[in-house]
Design a protein around this ligand. Structure first.
Ligand code: T68
Length: 787
């Protein structure tokens, strides 16, 4: 009771001082802001305490160009165990909590899986009482907002800071200067608390904002050069202006390189300054810091740290190298060639000449070391960090760190046995696997309170919230009819909630008795949204031919953003929207199938989609999806997977059983063994396939004269200068996928049998908690201890 009064008093105060109004007169957004500020007043003292308890201990730092945090309010309230109380308080004020929750913009400072993984890791580390802090960029614009106009993706800027951002604190006095060849920039830190469940540990996410060292050139202003007077300010601020919306492609743009060096240099200077203030030496730096590089985006940390140690601090090169290698570790998130970062020597020399010289020296040292290890001179090129006019960031990352890890077992095996095999032969001890995970606090407790309560009730304990393997104990209810019945009721409730939301924001009605078949992830050819699209269209034609076709009604749901410059990905969005138009408007098929492509898929939308799914679509070409993490979120909410043997799907099936999932398609070894694959011949032999593939070019659909559909058709049947036809095996896997979908349909008819599969998936999802993953990083790589 007292807590509530204090909170209300604080809200009143912030209403007055921030908005000049009383709480009653605030709009929802303002109410959200004053509530968050009032909570911060309570959080900050504990945050300070938490920092004190780690003083003098080894701590870990996650360097990442992306943190896809989503909304903070509900997550923080849950981790503070204050949600109910705040809901009640707001109700007393006549305010609906859900509307306040909805007023918060997503902090969408990431593209997809890689950025969201960083966010889950922070939650897990704080919950487990590990000192892990994030370092990144405070982009003014997050990932673009997506709209569909006439079925085409249209992007809009995501000005998420516009109405204020109450969770971070600007630490102006801790600003540092980052130097580029073309001038200096000021990096200003903004700190956000990362509250562990139970609030024992509160770690820090420190995001850097770029500002001009000198805001305004008075001289130029006096000389009436107004543009020049603010040029430095604009140039500097551009560095943290916007998140690059590419996932899985490497663009090699100057501004992106600036972003990378900007946040890496600022973060390292920050750590070095604090360390020196305390120890007055850097020789023990690696004993007190472990720094994880989230992919190669922050790999410039390796030469930057060498610069600081040797040129600024005067350490000997070899001593400095030892410190560097023992401080850093590197996570690889992809096998796609186009995603492996390379920077042109020219760009590096132009922007970071001193860093470039250091990379040259590292490369020279590497050559010597390789020769000493018995590598033949003619083999050296394979390892060269600087090669053919480019700097290979992955090679730099492997050589400059003590650990290189993949993100699922299959992915790590492919790194070790194929892509990075030559490196593995030199440094076998550096390679290891850390299968990804997700936080059950956000992806079950927060997004599915109904199922959470039921689980706690059955287990007689909520220990699963911090120990997800507890869910295994649910397996004993797999044949308990009343339990399965309750599970189905909850699933139905989540489907109704989603349907209401989709009705509100997309204006589309969906049938909650139909199977919700959901594919949500970035749009990419290798993820094969097109395979699902072909399946739907084929099913539609089969229904037209045979209206009595015995199928359970299905709602096919997609959510995905395409990189703005990725023409084919945008073509696939348009194609699916065209199919949706055709199918959804056809009265003849009497609502048996429906297609919905939701707009602006993001973390807060995901929280509504995962709990409502009946089927999880994980249908990437085998060997291409490093891990996947959405697959785990579906499983945790009790949805079976229809999927290929790829990434973490392999481990999901290992845990939950192949009989409770729907596996199909070529495996990695099948693809390797394929010879003389000719999709143009093959697609004629598979009943119904030619019709759907050719719908791209035979006038069935209109792509508004963009040429998008022909481009997709050609990619499948002719290929392109950079690839063979159908290089993601959409045609090759079609029949196997259709057959797996038939198995889904048949299995769903047995309602209890289906619920049992869902239940066994849920019960065996314990392995996929990011708590497990973080524990492994902490013990096996970082060597840090809990508070
Ligand atoms: C994803 N990668 C993997 N990259 O695709 C996914 N890339 O399999 C894995 O589960 C996940 O990482 C976490 O390990 C990405 O999300 C990017 O977003 C990205 C961003 C910029 C440049 C390249």
């Amino acid at each position: 009771m007292k807590n509530k009064e204090v909170l209300l008093e604080r809200m009143e105060r912030y209403a007055l001082t921030t908005f000049g109004k009383r709480v009653d007169d605030l709009n929802n957004n303002e109410k959200y802001v004053v509530l968050a500020k009032a909570l911060m007043e309570e959080i900050v003292p504990q945050w300070l305490k938490s920092q004190e308890k780690f003083a003098g201990k080894k701590q870990a730092y996650y360097l990442s160009a992306e943190f896809l945090m989503g909304r903070a309010l509900t997550n923080n309230l849950i981790n503070m165990q204050r949600k109910k109380e705040v809901e009640e308080l707001l109700a007393e004020l006549g305010v609906d909590y859900n509307q306040i929750e909805d007023a918060e913009e997503d902090a969408a400072l990431g593209n997809g899986g890689l950025g969201r993984l960083a966010a889950c890791f922070l939650d897990s580390a704080a919950t487990l009482d590990y000192p892990l802090h994030g370092y990144g960029i405070r982009y003014q614009y997050g990932i673009f907002k997506q709209k569909f106009i006439d079925g085409f993706q249209v992007e809009e800027g995501d000005n998420w800071l516009e109405y204020g951002e109450p969770w971070s604190i600007r630490k102006g006095l801790e600003s540092v200067i980052v130097s580029f060849a073309d001038g200096d920039v000021k990096a200003v830190p903004y700190d956000t608390p990362v509250i562990g469940y139970g609030q024992k540990t509160i770690n820090t996410l420190r995001l850097w904002q770029a500002e001009a060292v000198k805001e305004f050139d008075f001289q130029a202003f006096n000389e009436q050069e107004y543009d020049l007077a603010v040029k430095a300010k604009n140039d500097a601020e551009n560095i943290s202006k916007v998140l690059y919306p590419n996932d899985s492609t490497d663009e090699g743009k100057l501004l992106r390189l600036k972003q990378q060096y900007f946040f890496v240099s600022a973060s390292l200077q920050d750590l070095v300054r604090k360390h020196k203030a305390k120890y007055n030496t850097l020789e023990n730096f690696h004993k007190l810091h472990a720094i994880q590089l989230n992919d190669t985006h922050p790999a410039v940390a390796i030469p930057e740290m060498m610069r600081i140690l040797t040129k600024v601090e005067g350490l000997e090169w070899s001593k400095a190298w030892e410190i560097v290698v023992n401080t850093f570790a590197y996570t690889n998130h992809t096998l796609l060639a186009e995603a492996l970062e390379q920077w042109s020597i020219k760009l590096y020399k132009k922007l970071l000449p001193e860093i470039y010289t250091i990379i040259e020296k590292i490369d020279g040292q590497l050559k010597k070391e390789l020769l000493a290890k018995g590598v033949e001179a003619k083999e050296l090129d394979k390892y060269a960090i600087i090669h053919n006019g480019n700097i290979k960031m992955a090679w730099l990352s492997i050589y400059g760190t003590k650990s290189t890890n993949g993100v699922a077992q299959l992915h790590t095996n492919l790194l070790i046995n194929q892509e990075l095999n030559h490196w593995y032969k030199i440094y076998p001890e550096r390679f290891n696997n850390k299968t990804n995970g997700i936080t059950q606090r956000r992806w079950l407790l927060q997004s599915n309170p109904e199922l959470s309560n039921f689980i706690t009730e059955l287990l007689g304990s909520d220990a699963w919230i911090t120990n997800l393997t507890e869910l295994k104990k649910l397996e004993k209810f797999a044949d308990d009819q009343s339990v399965l019945q309750r599970f189905m009721e909850i699933k139905k409730m989540k489907k109704e909630q989603l349907a209401a939301y989709i009705k509100r924001v997309e204006g589309i009605d969906i049938d909650t008795n139909s199977i919700f078949d959901i594919q949500i992830k970035r749009l990419h050819e290798y993820k094969r949204q097109l395979l699902k699209a072909f399946y739907i269209l084929d099913l539609y034609y089969r229904l037209k031919e045979n209206p009595d076709l015995d199928i359970i009604p299905r709602t096919f749901i997609f959510g995905a953003k395409a990189a703005p410059g990725y023409f084919r990905a945008k073509g696939i969005i348009k194609f699916i929207n065209e199919i949706a138009k055709l199918v959804n408007n056809d009265k003849e098929i009497s609502g048996k199938i429906k297609v919905v492509f939701v707009q602006n898929y993001r973390v807060s939308y995901a929280e509504k989609l995962f709990p409502a799914a009946d089927v999880s679509e994980q249908i990437s070409t085998a060997g291409k999806e490093a891990s996947g993490t959405g697959n785990m979120k579906f499983m945790l909410n009790g949805a079976p997977t229809i999927g290929t043997y790829d990434g973490a799907n392999v481990e999901i099936v290992e845990e939950a059983g192949e009989e409770n999932n729907f596996i199909f398609g070529l495996r990695v070894e099948d693809i390797a063994a394929l010879k003389d694959y000719n999709p143009k011949e093959e697609y004629k032999k598979i009943k119904g396939l030619q019709r759907v593939v050719d719908s791209l070019v035979d006038g069935t659909f209109d792509d508004g004269k963009t040429g998008m559909f022909k481009e997709l058709h050609d990619a499948l049947l002719i290929g392109a200068s950079w690839h063979k036809p159908d290089h993601y095996y959409v045609i090759k896997d079609f029949e196997s996928y259709r057959e797996a979908q038939q198995r889904v349909n048949d299995a769903y008819k047995d309602r209890l049998g289906w619920a049992r599969k869902c239940w066994i998936n849920l019960a065996n999802s314990g392995k996929f908690s990011s708590d497990r993953t973080i524990d492994q990083y902490a013990k096996e790589i970082w060597e840090i201890e809990k508070a």
